[in-house]
Design a protein around this ligand. Structure first.
Ligand SMILES: [Zn+2]
Length: 336
């Protein structure tokens, strides 16, 4: 099973003035975690070509793209969370290009293709903030949505799994009425961006193509493994995808400070292993410290090794209840 990483130093050129959790050091953490696990060497690294501004119009509206382009060259804040710096425009175009390259490589050849990109993307909707979110949540253009769009163009449909600790509201908004894009999203409930609840199943004609798992605060590996076993894997099996786009955030890892989730290597290794039968385009989203050093390599190793230790799980009552609710709602659309 092969691993290739689309990466460019240009992704460091999107940088804050002063302290901000979404900064170039995140790439150092990710590279350190991969290196320490023997997953980073020069042969695996590929330089992505940037997307063109007109490519962006496939997932964003022209006014939003021009607004970002117009900020090129100086530092400003789009909203209280999200900055644009002199290198942002080029970094963001290359991030979208890397997402496209990863999904194209995944459909051509089995294996895991990681787009190790900044700025992140899954909160960016068609024209910026999605579903009335308060901010863009550090995101500029939606890299995962672009990967999903590319996959759908090639194969007629696409599947996205988003396990970032926050709801992938931008991706979901972009494909809300598109039943050919199945989007399964696990995230902590009742935190930013305050969307992605059980009854959010997609727009008219696309019902059931959006599967939201708003997990309880303080969820553990066992809670996430339950949701993964009961819902993510059966839905995935039923769609029989040629390749899967993973919107991969590692901010649910224990010790990451933006959420209360308490995931460890165990969940991420398990998730990677269970996806090893599918070619993957893994698009880098959140994760700000220890999750990048530990959860990212655990996910990749799980995928490459392809097996998981069988062990019983003890999910919380709240997690069981959430999974049951989702099963009851989605049963109308899926054989689950
Ligand atoms: Zn996140």
């Amino acid at each position: 099973m092969s691993l290739r990483i689309f990466y460019s130093p240009i992704f460091r050129e999107h940088r804050p003035e002063g302290y901000h959790p979404e900064n170039p050091t995140r790439l150092d953490y990710a590279i350190r975690g991969l290196s320490e696990n023997g997953l980073w060497d020069e042969e695996k690294i590929l330089e992505p070509s940037p997307a063109s501004p007109s490519d962006l119009l496939l997932i964003h509206d022209g006014e939003y793209v021009e607004r970002i382009r117009g900020l090129e060259g100086s530092f400003s804040y789009l909203d209280p969370d999200t900055y644009v710096s002199p290198g942002t425009w080029e970094a963001a175009l290359s991030a979208v290009g890397a997402a496209r390259a990863a999904v194209e490589a995944a459909v051509e050849d089995r294996g895991l293709y990681l787009a190790l990109v900044r700025p992140p993307g899954h909160h960016a909707g068609r024209s910026g903030r999605a579903f009335n979110a308060s901010t863009l949540g550090f995101c500029i253009f939606n890299n995962s949505a672009f990967a999903a769009y590319t996959l759908k163009e090639r194969r007629g449909r696409a599947v996205v799994i988003d396990f970032d600790a926050h709801h992938g509201n931008g991706t979901q908004e972009i494909f809300w009425n598109d039943g050919d894009v199945v989007h399964i999203d696990l995230h902590e409930r009742d935190i930013y961006p305050w969307s992605g609840y059980e009854h959010d199943i997609g727009g008219r004609g696309a019902e059931g193509s959006k599967v939201n798992l708003p997990m309880p605060h303080y969820s553990t590996d066992d809670d996430y493994i339950l949701a993964w076993m009961e819902i993510v894997l059966p839905v995935l099996e039923e769609t029989k995808p040629d390749a899967v786009v993973v919107s991969a955030g590692f901010d649910g890892f224990l010790g990451e400070s933006l959420t209360t989730l308490r995931l460890t290597e165990r969940f991420f290794r398990y998730a990677g292993a269970t996806l090893s039968r599918y070619p993957l385009a893994v698009i880098f989203e959140g994760g700000y410290s220890v999750g990048l050093m530990r959860a990212l390599p655990a996910f990749v190793k799980g995928y490459l090794e392809g097996s998981v230790e069988e062990r019983g799980i003890e999910p919380s009552y709240e997690a069981i209840r959430t999974v049951k609710t989702v099963l009851e709602i989605q049963r109308e659309f899926w054989g689950i």
